[in-house]
Design a protein around this ligand. Sequence first.
Ligand SMILES: NC(=O)c1ccc[n+]([C@@H]2O[C@H](COP(=O)([O-])OP(=O)(O)OC[C@H]3O[C@@H](n4cnc5c(N)ncnc54)[C@H](OP(=O)(O)O)[C@@H]3O)[C@@H](O)[C@H]2O)c1
Length: 262
Amino acid sequence: MNIGPGTRALVTGASRGIGRALAERLAARGAVVGLAARTTREVEALADALPGEHVVLGDTDVSDRASVEAAVERFGRIDLVVANAGIAHYEPFAEQPPERFEAITNVNWLGTLYTVSSALPGLLRQGSGHIVVVSSGAGLRAFPQAAVYGATKAAQRAFADALRHELTGTGVSVTTVHPGEVATSLHDHERDRMPAWSRAATRAVPAHRMADRILRAVEADERQVFHPPVVRVLGALHGISPAAADAVLRRLRGASAAPRRG
Ligand SMILES: NC(=O)c1ccc[n+]([C@@H]2O[C@H](COP(=O)([O-])OP(=O)(O)OC[C@H]3O[C@@H](n4cnc5c(N)ncnc54)[C@H](OP(=O)(O)O)[C@@H]3O)[C@@H](O)[C@H]2O)c1
């Protein structure tokens, strides 16, 4: 699909990070953006700052099906829907309270299903549209202390892969996005207790560069986006030989990225 004046795009998690960068890039190209997030104040301020007229979908909690359905209904016609909202809590699973693994699952995984299932009937009726699912490099090879986060990202990947095939011939398509490290607020609440492998990360990709890459993929109907490209290499290597991927990750991120041999 082409993105330009009049394109109607609903973005979840639009208040910060990748979602906000996408909203800014879409608005700059003349799209009408549905800005969905829980924090109404932030999406209101964003709508005021963006060129053009947009739809503030504040108080939208993607982990609440009724809330997502209401946001989709309020926005109306959709050409592009981006299931982007997500949270992370990095900690050993043995120490992770159930409320936290439930929250990660509900936002990242069920939130994606609620977003897509709410938008899909309209897309199918109009016979056109594009769905973007923002997964992660962690959906290709999950890291220790991010077991549940990685599992939700792998679930998104598997879902989007199958859905793209299911939608053959409908005019509706799907792109899965696997970002590596992106400079956002995702870990702001846990900066002081991040695992050593994550502190060893090289430079994070700016959110706007990630957004540009995603929009290019939508316009070219790419099946998957891996950005930066090393994410693809590590994912492929892990598919062929997890031990070989571990060895590379140990070199890149230190021993904590793959402490167990074999
Ligand atoms: N940053 C990275 O390095 C990285 C790497 C790989 C993948 N990703 C993925 O990229 C996506 C965006 O993350 P980000 O890095 O941009 O994080 P971020 O800066 O923390 O932004 C997350 C966005 O999600 C929204 N959100 C969180 N919980 C929500 C809920 N229950 N309902 C609705 N909105 C909710 C937040 O808004 P409110 O708090 O206002 O609701 C915020 O707008 C996530 O799916 C993440 O897993 C990020």
